[in-house]
Design a protein around this ligand. Structure first.
Ligand SMILES: Cc1cc2nc3c(=O)[nH]c(=O)nc-3n(C[C@H](O)[C@H](O)[C@H](O)COP(=O)(O)OP(=O)(O)OC[C@H]3O[C@@H](n4cnc5c(N)ncnc54)[C@H](O)[C@@H]3O)c2cc1C
Length: 458
């Protein structure tokens, strides 16, 4: 079926998941003039869930081009630098001054509460008038051949007179022209897509878990040891064997966000972002960390310790099936050690906007999605592998490798350069932060599209 250019923009676009990837897609496509965009989200509301998240320059560049950067950074802290410290001695192993980041990449390194980033994407998408958000809708089934998926309403009362089962009654199939599955790290779309190729969807348990802790300024009783964490604009990473804590101020310096990586001793059941952990176990896990860290951890109210599993996935063989594509954590779940989870999900969305904005007919959707996969996959897979390797390097046990690393930390340049912590290594940052994914998509689209057509003809 060939449609006119006007009607291409009326194609039925359905997005699953209203996280960063999903809302990013909605906004990107609305900005390309698509008018019939639906987002299906299992949560009943878009709450202020989450904690600190990083807005690195590659993400700022996209938000800026969409006109929503100011919303995202309204309560942001622009980091002036980052330090890596020995967890026991509290001794600075390396300190990097981030002045070069703004100069070289055009934007500072922002840290925000996740809700601020989510708000920017949500407001941008909803203000377009082209996006309908369907909350409390769990996607339960996928039919890639027919371009449709099954949605179940969460918690809707079943009609007493009906003979249908509650599941049948609550369910509906949604027919689409284009489906973007941004259903996160536990993506069911990914499982279904891999299954069709006889592949098993194996999420790897890293054996690591993470606590997410937030300390409010009002809790610290102006303790002079802790005040600088709030008044400054600095990121701290305390490293020890198999464990580390990264911490920075967010929310206009009102909150100090701490997130850990540590051995998953109790095989944390939960892999959701809202599962609670035990304060006692957390204190024990970091009992050999320095007094400043101990003070911070002690301040966290018992019920506010959240713990979840850190999971990864080997690079997928493919992200696209028919007119459905995977987006964000669904296709490249990552460890947090490179600060790229949200940035890579939004890069996916931006590239999808750029390629789908160029199609002239519905028949071109599949090829445009293959162009997206071609543009994005190697970069996102590389970021995932680099984050995992970075975690390993940070968690070294005592020995020669650790000594060599610490020497490299000590000799690293303060004004930027090579650094063993890849999150603050200028070489890695150049690959990540200098990249303009929208520009690249524009430059390469025709060529990649032509190659796909040629492959089809062979
Ligand atoms: C509640 C929450 C809190 C988070 N907090 C932090 C944080 O503090 N710091 C941090 O660095 N990262 C956090 N993350 C992860 C971070 O947002 C993602 O790693 C990154 O932004 C990639 O985004 P994504 O859109 O691919 O995945 P996500 O942001 O995880 O979004 C996936 C969305 O899909 C929805 N979904 C999943 N399955 C279905 C289904 N079957 N039907 C319908 N909807 C479905 C989920 O509810 C979720 O809203 C959080 C994620 C979530 C969901």
């Amino acid at each position: 079926m060939t449609l006119t250019n006007t009607s291409v923009k009326e194609l039925r676009v359905h997005i699953v998941g209203a996280g960063m990837g999903g809302m990013g897609c909605a906004l990107a496509l609305a900005r390309q003039g698509f008018t019939n965009i639906h987002v299906w989200e299992s949560a009943r509301e878009i709450g202020e869930v989450g904690a600190g998240i990083n807005i690195t320059p590659n993400l700022s560049r996209i938000l800026d081009s969409w006109g929503v950067l100011d919303i995202a950074r309204s309560e942001a802290v622009a980091l002036d630098g980052a330090s890596v410290l020995n967890s026991v001695k509290d001794e600075v192993l390396t300190a990097v001054d981030f002045q070069y980041i703004q100069k070289e990449f055009g934007y500072p390194f922002y840290v925000v509460h996740r809700s601020a980033l989510q708000k920017s994407l949500l407001e941008g998408a909803m203000s377009s008038g082209a996006v309908s958000l369907h909350l409390g809708k769990l996607v339960t089934g996928w039919d890639f051949d027919a371009n449709r998926f099954q949605v179940k309403s969460r918690g809707t009362a079943k009609a007493a007179t009906s003979s249908a089962s509650p599941d049948e009654e609550n369910s509906q199939w949604i027919e689409a022209d284009l489906i973007l599955a941004a259903d996160g790290v536990k993506s069911k779309a990914r499982t279904a897509m891999l299954e069709r190729q006889g592949e098993v969807d194996e999420v790897e348990d890293t054996g690591q878990a993470a606590y997410r802790i937030i300390v409010k300024r009002s809790m610290i009783n102006e303790d002079p040891d802790l005040v600088p964490f709030f008044t400054g604009s600095h990121s701290y990473r305390w490293i020890g064997e198999r464990r580390h804590i990264i911490a920075y101020p967010i929310a206009s310096h009102d909150l100090f966000n701490m997130s850990t990586a540590h051995p998953d001793r109790r095989f944390v059941e939960a892999d959701s972002w809202t599962a609670s952990g035990s304060k006692e176990e957390m204190l024990e896990m970091f009992s050999d960390f320095c007094p400043r860290v101990q003070k911070l951890l002690q301040l966290v109210p018992e019920g506010d310790v959240l713990e979840w599993k850190l999971r990864v996935h080997a690079p997928l063989s493919h992200w696209v099936d028919g007119n459905t594509a995977l987006v964000g954590d669904a296709c490249h779940p990552t460890l947090p050690h490179l600060a790229q989870g949200a940035a890579q999900a939004v890069e996916d969305a931006a590239v999808l906007g750029a390629v789908l904005g160029r199609i002239q007919s519905k028949d071109e959707i599949h090829r445009a999605l293959l162009v997206y996969q071609n543009l994005r996959k190697s970069r996102a897979d590389w970021a995932v592998l680099t984050a995992a390797a970075n975690g390993k390097g940070l968690h070294l046990a005592k020995g020669s490798a650790q000594e060599a690393r610490d020497l490299a930390f000590r000799t690293a340049k303060k004004e930027g350069g090579e650094n063993p912590d890849k999150a603050i290594d200028q070489v890695t940052q150049r690959i990540l932060y200098a990249h303009d994914c929208i520009k690249e998509a524009g430059e390469k689209y025709e060529e990649l599209y032509r190659q796909i057509v040629e492959t089809e003809q062979q």
